[in-house]
Design a protein around this ligand. Structure first.
Ligand code: HEC
Length: 335
């Protein structure tokens, strides 16, 4: 793919170079021809002089006149030749056309190759397909108006992370079936996604008491965690694990992070637990990201700060205030 890009860029540069060719001008003849207008002025002067002259001086002037007339003739011929030979101008136009063609080709290449890179064309087709299916499910739900039909619609919208439609669907389900636990649970999860952890926790803490599906507990823990209620978050997550929740590894990491936050004695530890532990482990032992404990890079705090500020490879940039950064670096030293 990189080769295609390079080819496109190369082609574009070539096309640009070719396009600008007329601006660069024709090569100058060497040695330069005397300019016709100068010669003509001299010719007039010589002709006037010649009338008054006689003898060898007059001969010298007439010779010069003859030479100038010949030069002017050559120049005129050259001009006529150029005018009569439009082909001589054609290359510039031809090149221009070629350049336009090149740019068009580059544009076409870019258009057809770029979107496909991140799976654009495929994603687009899929999105159309999904939207169609969602519409069908909505039509069916409106026609039948049963909790099952609305649930199918809401679940599909939820799967597509179309949370607004999902919320509308689950609301319908609850209207028609007051005891539908899944609809309540999903509604609570949507509240969490919508950045309303307090309301999410309120709903999920009730639902999870009777709901056999552990999914709600995971999000109850998430909501408590976001509210800074780490003990409750840990309890919810532990319950999730004991009920056989699938995201075991991730939730264990979350529990460790919450425990570290509970234990945290210095502000740097809190920053670390919140912003780094998920990838580098609760104690810097490594995870998705490399091990940080005893990592020689910690001897170069500027390098660490640089990595945190700008990210590196698959590590995202982590924006921190100056104070948070200073606290974090102090904490990392002791890892
Ligand atoms: C989303 C996961 C993620 C988060 C969050 C994250 N990192 Fe990283 N970090 C990584 C990955 C992955 C690498 C390896 C990057 C590479 O070199 O390609 C890395 C590399 C590093 C390195 C370089 C290690 C080495 O040996 O070269 C340091 C230092 C580091 N991270 C510190 C931090 C700190 C401090 C934080 C919190 C402010 C943090 N990271 C947050 C994933 C993360």
């Amino acid at each position: 793919m990189i080769l295609v890009y390079l080819a496109v860029i190369g082609f574009f540069l070539l096309a640009l170079w070719v396009m600008l060719a007329p601006l660069r001008g024709a090569p100058r003849p060497f040695p330069e021809n005397p300019r016709p207008e100068e010669l003509r002025v001299e010719l007039e002067a010589l002709k006037r002089e010649a009338k008054e002259m006689s003898g060898p001086e007059r001969v010298r002037i007439l010779k010069r006149i003859a030479w100038i007339e010949r030069e002017l003739g050559v120049a005129r011929e050259r001009e006529a030749e150029r005018a009569a030979r439009p082909a001589a101008r054609l290359p510039a136009w031809g090149l221009l056309l070629l350049a336009a063609g090149g740019i068009a080709l580059a544009a076409v290449l870019v258009h057809y190759t770029l979107p496909r890179l991140p799976g654009g064309a495929v994603t687009e087709a899929l999105a159309v397909e999904e939207a169609k299916r969602l519409k069908e499910l909505l039509a069916k739900a409106e026609k039948e108006n049963t909790p099952e039909a609305w649930l199918a619609y809401a679940d599909y919208a939820f799967e597509l992370r179309d949370l607004e439609r999902a919320a509308q669907g689950y609301t319908k389900v609850i209207e028609l079936d007051h005891k539908n636990l899944k609809a309540y649970r999903r509604y609570g999860m949507i509240l969490f996604f919508a950045g309303r952890p307090k309301e999410a926790a309120e709903i999920l803490s009730v639902v999870t008491r009777v709901d056999p599906d552990p999914e709600g507990l995971l999000f109850l823990g998430n909501a408590y965690f976001q509210l800074g209620e780490y003990e409750r978050a840990i309890a919810a997550w532990k319950e999730y694990l004991s009920r056989g929740g699938e995201a075991r590894e991730r939730v264990e990491g979350l529990i460790q992070t919450a425990e570290a936050l509970l234990r945290a004695e210095n502000p740097g530890e809190i920053v670390y637990a919140e912003k780094c532990a998920a990838c580098h482990g609760a104690k810097g032992e490594g995870g998705i990201g490399p091990k940080l404990a005893q990592n020689p890079i910690l001897n170069a705090p500027e390098a660490v700060a640089e990595i945190v500020r700008n990210g590196r490879g698959t590590m995202p940039a982590v924006p921190l205030t100056d104070k948070e950064m200073a606290d974090l670096l102090a904490f990392l030293k002791g890892l």
